[in-house]
Design a protein around this ligand. Structure first.
Ligand SMILES: [Mn+2]
Length: 290
């Protein structure tokens, strides 16, 4: 499947690396390449401005379920795969843990493709000595949902919302308004969804606690979050790196082991605000000089 994807040099070239923010580790998941819902431009912006020693791709990077139904592969999606392969070539350790939407890659567990290691799960040791279990997280659906078909119904409904989200944001962009997540807004209003998310976080943290690790990093439910749970008097951290369909989040580890959830639309907004201020100051200086 990886080799059957038409990966060619990027349509949108990669800028030089000097201005990148360097992290010890980056985790991203739920990119859903091959669907219209993927915020490819936003992810390219993130990839072009960051770098790390290690990068974990925590599943649902390519949406095989959707691609099988309808082949959708714009240049920007190729550019993302190209950038990730390029990172591996530059020396970033890349660990790819396939999720349920890219489960076709799970058969390659243990193999290495162009510097990308494929794993079923991984353990990550932070700079300050915490051991984290890294997995996609669909493993816990069996606990949460009794029938697999429910997951597919969920998938269909989810993509319907995503299409609407896409249409709304195309309209917002034309109107000069910033990106807004429809489903994120909806999710927080629907009590059942909030309950589901909270329960899911508990189940995953409990599993990590039972494995004796200090925490867990997962994706799958498209909700970036950090929570601390108590497991028989021990602290267990729950980290979810979010997604690049709605929230556009990444989880990063700084060089001292401190971890942070990045909200990329906020980062872009802040950058634009600063450059506006800088432009304003330059205008004033130019007027004063005249
Ligand atoms: Mn998933």
């Amino acid at each position: 499947m990886l080799s059957s994807l038409p990966i060619s040099p990027p349509h949108n070239p990669e800028p030089s690396g000097e201005s990148r923010t360097r992290y010890r580790t980056i985790w991203i998941s739920d990119v859903h390449l091959g669907t219209k819902g993927c915020n490819a431009e936003m992810l390219i912006d993130f990839l072009d401005r960051t770098d790390s020693d290690t990068m974990y791709l925590v599943g649902d990077i390519i949406d095989g379920w959707r691609l099988k139904k309808r082949f959708y592969w714009p240049a920007s999606h190729n550019d993302i795969v190209w950038r990730i392969m390029k990172r591996a070539k530059r020396g970033t350790r890349i660990v790819y843990i396939p999720g349920n939407h890219d489960e076709m890659f799970r058969q390659f567990t243990g193999l290495n493709f162009g510097g990308v290691e494929i794993r079923r799960a991984a353990f990550h040791d932070t700079a300050d000595g915490r051991r984290l279990m890294v997995l996609h997280g669909d493993e816990f659906d069996a606990v949460m949902l009794s029938h697999r078909w429910l997951a597919f119904v969920g998938d269909w409904a989810y993509h319907a919302v995503m299409k609407l989200n896409y249409a709304v944001n195309v309209a917002r962009k034309l109107a000069g308004k910033p990106y807004w997540s429809l489903s994120k807004a909806a999710k927080h209003k629907v009590k059942n969804a909030a309950n589901f998310i909270s329960q899911y976080e508990e189940v995953v943290a409990k599993a990590a606690g039972e494995r004796g690790v200090d925490g867990v990093v997962c994706g799958h439910i498209h909700t970036a979050e950090m929570r601390v749970f108590d497991h028989h008097g021990r602290t267990v951290e729950y980290w979810n790196d979010g997604d690049w369909v709605e929230g556009c989040n990444a989880l990063v580890e700084h060089h001292d082991g401190r971890m942070e959830i990045l909200n990329w639309p906020d980062v872009i907004r802040e950058r634009e605000r600063r450059s506006e201020i800088a432009r304003g100051a330059a205008d004033i200086r130019a007027k004063e000089a005249a």
